[in-house]
Ligand binder design. Structure first.
Ligand SMILES: NC(=O)c1ccc[n+]([C@@H]2O[C@H](COP(=O)([O-])OP(=O)(O)OC[C@H]3O[C@@H](n4cnc5c(N)ncnc54)[C@H](O)[C@@H]3O)[C@@H](O)[C@H]2O)c1
Ligand SMILES: O=C(O)C(=O)C[C@@H](O)[C@H](O)[C@H](O)COP(=O)(O)O
Ligand SMILES: [Zn+2]
Length: 359
């Protein structure tokens, strides 16, 4: 078992990483909750809902909702339906929400918990690799058709219980998606650990030991950053490496058409190219590109409108005074936030997308 504690402005919470945690939930509940409400999705429910429900039902009043799997459920409609279900179930201010699933569920259920009755406790139970990132740090949100995560809060959970046994059932595309955020952590951290990720192949040969090593490394990077800058006043923006374009691609294509990690991977490639030009440095772009290719990441895009992408990037939460900010790398492990000038960003984006279309 691995455990760390995250300090926030309101409380500290544990991140526990172990096999089979879903069977031992009771021992991690530090309050006598009158009701527990599990929120999960239609892929995770048949696999793990019973285990979680059965681990609690003898001691607590437990209810649940199952939302359709997929990014489209991180929506105002599903959010509102969940609110209705919690009200009808009579969950009060002493209730607990359990977010059982990947980052979609963590963000959605976390935002439900943050806003229901002005905020009740919630536990993150991540079940994807990507959720090593989303379950830590307290960013919760739903999407708006105009942009990703535009409606949300900083609202830390009371615990993150990462039962890594659940990762055995995730499909390959989701292994890829999650490893993109691990690669992100490997490149923004000092010292960088990209050299550790570079040889990893995301197929049957990926061992549990490698996966757990990389997950723990990623979680430690994330934890260290969010502890120092919980509300993203400064260095937390580094965690947005690859996201300025990645989020624009996700929303422009339509939520769920490309996974979050796949879109962020493309965004990282673009940010690396911009970094090389901006700082006249050499980054391991070719090695990263080869890694993405070897692991079957999508490296082509349909022809997208550069105007639309620019408009979407302007709606990014880092934007101030209409100036798009990008996380660039001065060198591997040394991220910086740069105000981008529209004209040159547009030109570089056009050139980048042209390569993505024909590659
Ligand atoms: N809050 C944050 O800090 C943060 C960080 C990174 C990403 N995110 C958000 O996270 C979301 C992406 O998360 P995700 O990649 O986990 O997507 P997801 O939650 O949609 O899960 C991906 C797919 O895997 C399925 N699944 C989940 N766990 C499974 C399991 N154990 N076995 C089999 N199938 C399983 C899901 O049903 C879904 O189909 C995006 O909305 C992104 O914006 C948030
Ligand atoms: O925790 C953060 O901060 C991050 O930026 C982590 C990202 O991987 C994640 O996708 C996050 O949801 C993006 O945040 P946003 O503020 O750009 O919506
Ligand atoms: Zn992300």
């Amino acid at each position: 078992m691995e455990q760390l504690t995250i300090k926030t402005s309101t409380h500290d919470y544990p991140v526990v990483i172990d096999q089979g945690l879903r069977f031992k939930l009771k021992s991690f509940l530090n309050k006598d909750y009158p009701s527990i409400y599990i929120i999960t999705d239609s892929n995770v429910a048949p696999l793990y809902l019973d285990d979680v429900y059965n681990a609690l039902k003898a001691n607590y009043h437990v209810s649940y909702s199952i939302v359709p799997a997929g990014e489209e459920s991180k929506s105002s409609r599903v959010y509102f339906d969940l609110m209705t279900q919690l009200i009808e179930a009579g969950v009060d201010r002493d209730g607990l929400v359990i977010a059982l699933g990947g980052g979609m569920i963590g963000d959605l259920a976390g935002f439900v918990a943050a806003s229901y009755l002005r905020g009740i406790d919630y536990i993150q139970m991540p079940t994807t690799i990507l959720a090593h990132d989303s379950s830590v740090g307290g960013k919760v949100a739903i999407n708006h058709p105009l942009g990703k995560n535009l409606i949300g809060a900083f609202y830390p959970p009371v615990a993150v219980l990462y039962d890594v046994e659940t990762l055995q059932t995730i499909p390959f595309q989701e292994i890829r998606s999650g490893y993109a955020e691990i690669a992100k952590h490997s490149m923004i951290h000092t010292p960088p650990f990209w050299e550790q990720i570079k040889p990893v192949t995301l197929d049957e040969s990926l061992s549990d030991a490698t996966l757990i090593r990389d997950l723990i490394h990623g979680i430690n990077v994330k934890a260290a950053i969010v502890e120092r800058d919980e509300k993203e006043a400064n260095i937390r923006q580094f965690l947005n490496f690859g996201h300025t374009l990645g989020h624009a691609i996700e929303s422009e294509l339509g939520y769920g058409k490309m996974t979050h990690g796949e879109a962020v991977a493309i965004g990282m490639l673009f940010a690396m190219e911009l970094s090389e030009q901006y700082f006249s440095v050499t980054l391991p772009i070719e090695a990263f590109h080869n890694w993405l290719k070897r692991n079957d990441y999508p490296l082509t895009l349909p022809r997208l409108s550069v105007n639309q992408l620019m408009t979407r990037m302007k709606r990014d939460k880092k934007t101030k005074n209409q100036t798009i900010k990008m996380v660039l790398l001065k060198t591997l492990g040394e991220p910086v936030i740069i105000d981008m000038e529209d004209r040159s960003l547009r030109q570089q984006l056009e050139a980048f997308l042209e390569k993505m279309v024909i590659r």
